[in-house]
Design a protein around this ligand. Sequence first.
Ligand code: NAP
Length: 243
Amino acid sequence: MQVSGSVVLVTGSSRGIGRAIALEAARRGAAGVVVNYLRSREAAEKVAEEIRRLGGDALVVGADVSRWEEARRLVEAAIGRWGRVDVVVNNAGILEPKPFHEMEPRDWQRMMEVHFYGALNVARAALPHMMERKRGVIVNISSVLGLRPEPLASHYSAAKAALIAWSIAAAKELAEYGIRVFAVAPGGVDTDMARVWGDMDWVEEEIPLARLARPEEVAKLVLDAVENPYVTGDVLTVTGGLL
Ligand code: NAP
């Protein structure tokens, strides 16, 4: 599917990787881009302004994707504005490193709610519209930690692995409806999230390329894959050798 002329909804696009995907979609001529945020309304408005400066059309929607009603409202906002949603990028995420033995149930519940249920909520809300038109791409931003789980992120790694499993199964179910689903698993990316680890020595010690990815490098991979009709049920990594 060409991004040009498509309506693209990117969850968690006020900052970081989501922002880069939203801007890259506008650069490629998307007909409309939904910029979603949880708390950073001003940052999301700025992303929308940048999209308009690039000649695109943007809609800013605050919604907590982990809540079904809010996810539904997010998708309906796109349908209300443009009559369709062609591409959903489930990107919203959080990372709170902690040893498992210090976690409370709320810690792992929230991780699953945002990464896993959040993606399913938005996908499920968009699917009837996509199925009716026999056209749609769902991208799930997972993580290298979904493939190579790490300490202090056991809940995050598990949520990202669940997202990969769901992407593969959903791709098999939805192929006959003309809908593709795939996961993207970045390594370390230069965003606020990468800095929650505090000490950044791991970047040079563990990543063969000895640097974080730029969000734009992930965004290009995501949208190149959206435009590649043979990518479905796949897990695309972009890790600088970290995997
Ligand atoms: P980030 O800079 O921390 O941005 C996170 C985004 O998600 C923000 O826009 C935030 O909104 C939004 N968000 C958080 N919870 C949400 C919710 N419940 N509903 C709606 N939006 C919500 O993170 P990032 O590094 O760009 O990460 C983006 C995705 O890539 C995440 O899924 C992350 O797990 C994944 N990833 C990141 C890395 C990395 O090294 N950075 C590596 C692999 C995978 P507000 O601004 O309003 O808070």
